[in-house]
Design a protein around this ligand. Structure first.
Ligand code: SAH
Length: 213
C-alpha cells in the first residue's frame, strides 16, 4: 500500500498532466480527500483518475474533469457559487475552498443527506446542500457569480441563465445523454451571453423532478 503523501502527490500529478494548471485549483484538489466521498468497494480507487459509482445509480466525476471544470469556472474568493448535481459532494467541497459560499442542489435526498455528513466531518461550513430540481436553479439565493452543472442538459436551462449575475460565468455539459456532450462556458456580459465550447465530456443526464430516494 502506498503511503498517503505519495498517493496524494501522484493524484495531483495525474490531474495536472490532464491540463489543470491553476495553482489554486490544484491546491484545493490536494486538500480535499476524495476518499471521504466514495464508499464501499470503490473507496480504494478514490485516488485514481476515474469516475466511480456512488449511491442512487450516480457517479462521482473523474478528478481531472472536476479540476478542468473548476478551472474553467474562474472562481474567486468573493464568489457565491451554485452547483447543480451534488452527487457525492466532492465537486462542491473543492469549490468551497475557492469561493465565499457554495449552494449545491441535488434531486436525490439520500445523496444530499450523505454529502452533508461529509461536509460536516471535513468542517466545510460554507456549503449549503439542498434537495431540489436544480434545473430551476435556486431563485431565493440568486443571482450567482458562478454556476456549475455536473449533469448534462440538451441546452442551458433558461432559469439558470437568468440567475447568473452580469459578469458571471456558467460551465455545463450540453448534449444528448449517452452521446458525446460538450463542456461549454457561458459568460453573461452587459450585452448578453457569450458561448464558448471547451471540450468533449460525458456526464449523466439532468433529469427533471425529485428522485425516488
Ligand atoms: N458533482 C458530483 C457528480 C454528480 S453526478 C460529484 O462531485 O460527485 C450528477 C448528479 O446530478 C447526480 O447525482 C444526479 O442525481 C444529479 N441530477 C441530475 N438531474 C438533476 C436535477 N434536475 N437537479 C439536481 N440534481 C440533478
Amino acid at each position: 500500500m502506498m503511503d498517503p503523501a505519495e498517493r496524494k502527490m501522484r493524484f495531483v500529478y495525474a490531474i495536472r498532466s490532464k491540463g489543470v494548471t491553476d495553482a489554486r485549483v490544484l491546491g484545493a484538489l490536494e486538500k480535499i480527500d476524495r476518499g471521504a466521498f466514495v464508499r464501499g468497494i470503490f473507496a480504494e480507487r478514490a485516488y485514481e483518475d476515474m469516475p466511480l459509482p456512488i449511491a442512487c445509480g450516480q457517479t462521482i466525476s473523474q478528478p481531472s474533469v472536476v479540476g478542468l471544470m473548476t478551472q474553467a469556472l474562474e472562481v474567486s474568493p468573493r464568489d457565491k457559487v451554485l452547483e447543480v448535481g451534488t452527487g457525492s459532494g466532492y465537486q462542491a467541497a473543492v469549490l468551497s475552498l475557492l469561493a465565499r459560499r457554495v449552494y449545491t442542489v441535488e434531486r436525490h435526498r439520500r445523496l444530499v443527506r450523505e454529502a452533508r455528513a461529509v461536509f460536516e466531518a471535513l468542517d466545510l461550513v460554507n456549503i449549503t446542500a439542498v434537495t431540489a430540481d436544480g434545473s430551476h436553479g435556486l431563485p431565493d439565493q440568486a443571482p450567482f457569480d458562478r454556476i456549475l452543472l455536473t449533469a448534462a442538459a440538451e441546452d442551458p436551462p433558461s432559469p439558470l441563465l437568468a440567475q447568473l449575475r452580469i459578469g458571471g460565468i456558467m460551465v455545463l455539459p450540453v448534449g444528448q445523454s449517452d452521446t458525446v456532450q460538450s463542456l461549454i462556458r457561458v459568460r453573461r456580459t452587459e450585452d448578453g451571453l457569450d458561448y464558448e465550447e471547451l471540450r468533449p465530456v460525458r456526464f449523466v443526464p439532468l433529469i427533471e423532478g425529485l428522485g425516488q430516494e
